[in-house]
Design a binder for this molecule. Sequence first.
Ligand code: HGY
Ligand code: MN
Ligand code: MN
Length: 418
Amino acid sequence: MPLLRIDRAAFHADIEALSRLTDPAQPWTRRSFTPLFLEGRAWLTERFAQAGLDVRIDPAGNLIGRWPAAEAATPVLMTGSHSDTVPGGGRFDGIAGVAASLAAVRAMRAAGHVPRHTIEVVDFLAEEPSDWGLSCIGSRGMAGDLGPRELALTGPGGETLASAIDRVGGSVAELSAARRTDVAGFLELHIEQGPVLETEGIPVGVVSAIVGIGRVRVRFAGLAGHAGTVPMAGRRDAGLALARFALAVRDEARRAGGNGHFTATIGVTRVEPGGANVVPGAAEAIVDIRAERDEAMARYVDTLHDVAAAAAAAEGCTVERIETLSLTTAVPCDEGLQAIIRAAAGRLGHATRPLASGAGHDAAFVARFAPSAMLFAPSREGKSHCPDEWTDPDALADAADALLGALVLRDSAPPFNA
Ligand code: HGY
Ligand code: MN
Ligand code: MN
């Protein structure tokens, strides 16, 4: 089997061009459903077509470039990632995978490869937490996981998610047609967004599992008052209950860390009424929890109830509400595809190492309807979701070559059915 390689110059040019479709005031931002996002989609549509792919947007809003096999009913070998970003951080997160998938298809076509599968390159809609409060919207649609509750979520200006999906080219009236049962395998290239590969000098990470993600909102109730006249003794300061809670969230996460990859973060807080001269009467936080093992997640979420009650009591406050906003289970990556990624990297002379993904990905939802696996390229200093996100171009191209090799190996290996 020939050892193919991508066209590095075209690959880097694609990433450069797409990443520059960004909010100039906040580099590398291209939020889903925005005009900038649609500019990126138009650019990708043109690139997919130039690569000889049949391009469509499915009812869930995913942009799909399709290279049909000789026989129409042939199962699909899917690859791709996402082109939307978090605020201020998306120079490589997502677009590296979309561009690598496109580069791999170009290389296969240039080499005269005749695919045994139908090959699809996908830009999934809204992988990042969107302004509607939901992430992985397009891949949820493919997995049949977008129901009335999700479609009724409202975003900027009160627009429903259903309306937003239609606005970007989807069609929620035909959402059931987005569900996939014809996919024999899915491979996603992504930047690691952590420090492991760079620290160990490993060019290709083979993802063993994608963590489960839990988001829990906690609201503390105290007693608002005048900051200057209420004595320090006996205050019921909800902001301090929140502060105690945040430290306990960190301490408990450190304790849970012995059971696989585990993190807990408070990135969103709110203190009410929010006046500099007012003792907070209420305070709210959202805890983002990541766990490689579901039992660690379950135990930690239970602990949060006790931790919140203790933090509230210590400040004379109460826990007004604690609710689990979302909870996904950890997703093991397909062993067969992991072996194929290792073999493809090995043929190129690239070392690999297994690692869990602390970040969520569309592959976690694709795994609900097809064997799925991911490969990582190193992130400089492990930075991501920030303007400094960077991956060395040649390191990224090495990982893209491994993706190309894995696609060719999987395409040439039975079973040729979903
Ligand atoms: O939040 C995540 O883990 C991913 O970057 N969407
Ligand atoms: Mn991200
Ligand atoms: Mn991502």
